[in-house]
Design a protein around this ligand. Structure first.
Ligand SMILES: [Zn+2]
Length: 276
């Protein structure tokens, strides 16, 4: 009888309690509401509203190499997009995800920091996929917002080429660069802004210590104009914007928010401030 009770309790745990615990996990790696209003000019009244459009053509399936630290721009990655797996070159994924996650008019160094953070997340996911066969999904509440960059043509209107060029430059000019801790790609969390003026540690929010996700100062975030702020762990996008305006490089911004990390690739010449 007692044994039956124990077994029953174990079954109860498996059936209810564990899924409940899992449900308490963070919603969204990026945890930023896509904010098209911030990055898009108002749509002229006579413009046709954006339609879902054609999904990007499915590309031939190429198995990705697991365990690789850095994926190349041409590597095909599987993403869960609009209910099915989209196999897409990393480059195109980054164009779409950076666009969906950060206003295209944020400063260049902030966009580059965002591009490196998302590339790092893809590399992290290639070793720890969030969705089985797909590395990430395109739901911002679960993983990261994503849509092919071409889908912004309607909302960006005449500015499409200009805005798309900002995003593409941020991705292309950081090609192959990822953030590492102990030579492994990090789970590069980010969020909109931390209203308290400090980011939060992973231990504080999720109860698990992650050495590179510590609480750091982000004092400028108190000026964030509104909307959801996010979980507060990792890089503050609004803070990255302010640091970029203050003259920090994307590498300095990333090292500000991710404790004790390295960024692969060469330090770009001429960007290191004199005297440092
Ligand atoms: Zn997801």
């Amino acid at each position: 009888m007692k044994r039956t009770l124990i077994v029953s309790f174990a079954l109860f745990l498996a059936a209810f309690a564990i899924p409940l615990l899992a449900a308490g996990q963070p919603s969204g790696i990026g945890d930023t509401t896509p904010s098209p209003s911030e990055q898009s000019p108002p749509i002229p009244p006579d413009t046709v509203p954006p339609s879902p459009g054609e999904p990007s053509p499915l590309l031939p399936e190429t198995p990705i190499s697991t365990g690789a630290e850095s994926l190349g721009a041409d590597d095909i990655i599987p993403i869960l997009y609009e209910g099915s797996v989209l196999n897409i070159p990393l480059r195109d994924y980054l164009y779409g995800a950076v666009t969906a996650e950060m206003p295209a008019l944020y400063p260049e160094e902030a966009l580059k920091a965002q591009a490196v953070a998302i590339r790092t997340l893809v590399c992290y996911a290639s070793e720890h996929p969030y969705h089985g066969e797909a590395l990430l999904c395109s739901d911002w509440e679960c993983c990261l917002a994503f849509a092919p960059i071409e889908e912004n043509k309607a909302s960006w209107g005449n500015e499409y080429d200009t805005y798309a060029s900002y995003v593409r430059a941020a991705v292309d000019n950081t090609d192959g660069e990822i953030i590492t801790y102990l030579d492994e790609p990090i789970e590069a969390m980010f969020f909109s802004a931390s209203p308290g003026g400090r980011t939060r540690s992973a231990a504080e929010v999720w109860g698990a210590e992650v050495p590179y996700l510590q609480s750091v100062d982000s004092p400028f975030d108190v000026d964030f104009p509104g909307g959801p702020h996010g979980h507060g762990v990792g890089m503050s996008q609004f803070g990255a914007r302010q640091l970029a305006l203050d003259g920090l490089t994307y590498r300095e911004i990333l090292r500000w928010y991710y404790t004790g990390v390295e960024i692969t690739g060469e330090e770009p010449a001429g960007l290191v401030p004199a005297g440092s």
